[in-house]
Write a new protein. Structure first.
Lengths: 112, 115
């Protein structure tokens, strides 16, 4: 599985967009980009995933560069409840569901 | 829909003792995962089951850790004997999809402290 690189920490003002970058320069053609987040003392929570195209759901948007070597997770209007560790993961989808390998993640602090 | 259930939530034991954690995945989920999360680190995959078969246990310290999913539903992770470095949160996750992509649903975890 390809490795990812994320900044260890970021701050964001409440109500502003939070843009979390991720580098995955060794990603393979059959690997998806996944984002999970982990709020303190809870299990990780799925946010969004994509292969080539940009994706959007009720939680966030995922922008993947054309060469697929990096991506950005966008939380359009960050709230204090978005304070968490955000993990960017590349994952092969196979007939066993594909395993998730977590890195260190980015600790996002949303400040009033 | 009920989420992934884990128990106990907290456990404190002395080193060299044994401990077991239980996980009940979301109904109908064929794939079950156990992760270990040491404080300040991302979760580390220990073992992955597909129904009652092991798909990947390459990161499981087999001299002291064991896991089973006998009927393809709930699962037990055991540590015997425990070491100080086993202090961590043990997370269980399940996934419905058997082909292609699919999100993992995580439980709240079982926090182990080894003294």
């Amino acid at each position: 599985d390809a490795k990812t690189t994320q900044p260890p920490s970021m701050d964001c003002a409440e109500g502003r967009a939070a843009n979390l970058p991720c580098n995955h320069s060794t990603i393979s053609g059959n690997e998806y980009v996944y984002w999970y987040r982990q709020i303190h003392s809870q299990g990780p929570q799925y946010i969004i995933h994509g292969l080539k195209n940009n994706e959007t759901n009720e939680m966030a948007s995922l922008i993947i560069t054309e060469d697929r070597k990096s991506s950005t997770l966008i939380l359009p209007h960050a709230t204090l409840r978005d304070t968490a560790v955000y993990y960017c993961i590349v994952r092969v989808a196979n007939n066993q569901g594909g395993k998730l390998i977590f890195g260190q993640g980015t600790e996002l602090s949303v400040k009033p | 829909e009920a989420g992934v259930a884990q128990s106990p939530r907290y456990k404190i034991i002395e080193k060299r003792q044994s401990v077991a954690f239980w996980c009940n995945p979301i109904s109908g989920h064929a794939t079950l995962y156990w992760y270990q999360q040491i404080l300040g680190q991302g979760p580390k995959l220990l073992i992955q089951f597909q129904n009652n078969g092991v798909v990947d246990d390459s990161q499981l310290p087999k001299d002291r850790f064991s896991a089973e999913r006998l009927k393809g539903v709930d699962s037990t992770l055991k540590i015997q004997p425990a070491k100080l470095e086993d202090s961590a949160v043990y997370l269980c996750a399940s996934s419905f999809i058997t082909v292609g992509t699919g999100e993992l649903f995580f439980g709240e975890g079982s926090r182990l402290t080894v003294l």
